[in-house]
Design a protein around this ligand. Structure first.
Ligand code: FMN
Length: 264
């Protein structure tokens, strides 16, 4: 009897190339591909109208569903939103919340905020709502004691997977949080125990910018990686090895073996 083909990818499907060493690192092209997806992913707010093929969307959703989750609870759901009337309702909520958000800033910064396009709700061919049902598996969860939000963290990992897989597929994703959860719950008929986590606009794009749009617009800058690394304690000064690590995270050298190596 032949085994039923699995609908999900397995280790052996990663390619014919044997995994090269005992540390089980991916072969160079796969490693490079992963880092490419990470560094080339962008938050996108302008979309082409071209539809997203169902097969592509299906892969992206399965990638999201393969995220880590506390106690393997898989607390997420994905609402696929094509209906224009519902999207218009979401856009109205966005417009109200954008005004409230603008009021947090004054003067030139407020004007700059108001000049940004911060969503693609109506121009993207597709919107997705990623939700979290914290009590999906009841109150007792392996991995959950006093940290209450672990299912929400898990759902954010699913969004991260989705965002990276979409980038690998050439699809842009824009996360819109200038919204209200009560409004999203009403518009999409969410059950009481289901929390909206991420409202995402999805579609093909004219370009993926090299840098975050908020960086190009001089709204915010990427913090130096070195400034975010601590040794043993928050105020730990570290030893010579630690200082070298702090330099390495800023160095282009660490990427040479990934981006310049011949494929193995
Ligand atoms: C939780 C979350 C909420 C966000 N909400 C918005 C939003 O409402 N509108 C927007 O334009 N971008 C939003 N973004 C995108 C960020 O502005 C963007 O990730 C950041 O500027 C870095 O750019 P990059 O994603 O292209 O690297 C959000 C991102 C996250 C992770």
């Amino acid at each position: 009897m032949t085994e039923k083909p699995s609908t999900e990818p397995r280790d052996g499907d990663l390619g014919a190339a044997a995994i090269p060493d005992l540390r089980r690192a991916f072969p160079a092209p796969l490693r490079r591909g992963l880092y490419e997806a990470i560094f080339r992913r962008r938050d996108i707010r302008s979309f082409l109208p071209d539809p997203v093929p169902d097969e592509t969307l299906a892969r992206v959703l399965v990638a999201a569903h393969h995220a880590a989750s506390v106690g393997f609870t898989q607390p997420w759901d994905f609402v696929v939103i094509r209906d224009l009337e519902r999207r218009r309702e979401v856009h109205r909520v966005f417009a109200e919340e954008r005004r409230r958000n603008a009021d947090q800033f004054i003067g030139a910064r407020r004007e700059k905020f108001l000049s940004f396009k911060l969503e693609g709700i109506l121009d993207a061919p597709l919107n997705l709502l990623v939700t979290c049902e914290p009590e999906r598996f009841g109150p007792a969860v392996l991995g959950k004691t006093s940290i209450r939000d672990v299912e929400i963290y898990s759902t954010c990992l699913a969004v991260g997977n989705l965002w990276l897989a979409a980038r690998a597929e050439g699809l842009g994703v824009g996360w819109v949080s200038i919204l209200r959860n009560d409004a999203l719950a009403a518009i999409f008929g969410l059950p009481d125990k289901v929390i909206p986590i991420a409202y995402l606009c999805v579609g093909y794009v004219a370009e993926f910018p090299d840098r975050p749009l908020l960086e190009s617009a001089e709204w915010a800058a990427r913090l130096p990686a070195k400034s975010l690394i601590h040794f043993d304690t928050w105020n730990g000064v570290g030893d010579a090895r630690d200082h070298r690590l702090a330099e390495l995270v800023q160095s282009a050298e660490i990427w040479k073996s990934i981006f310049s190596a011949d494929p193995d």
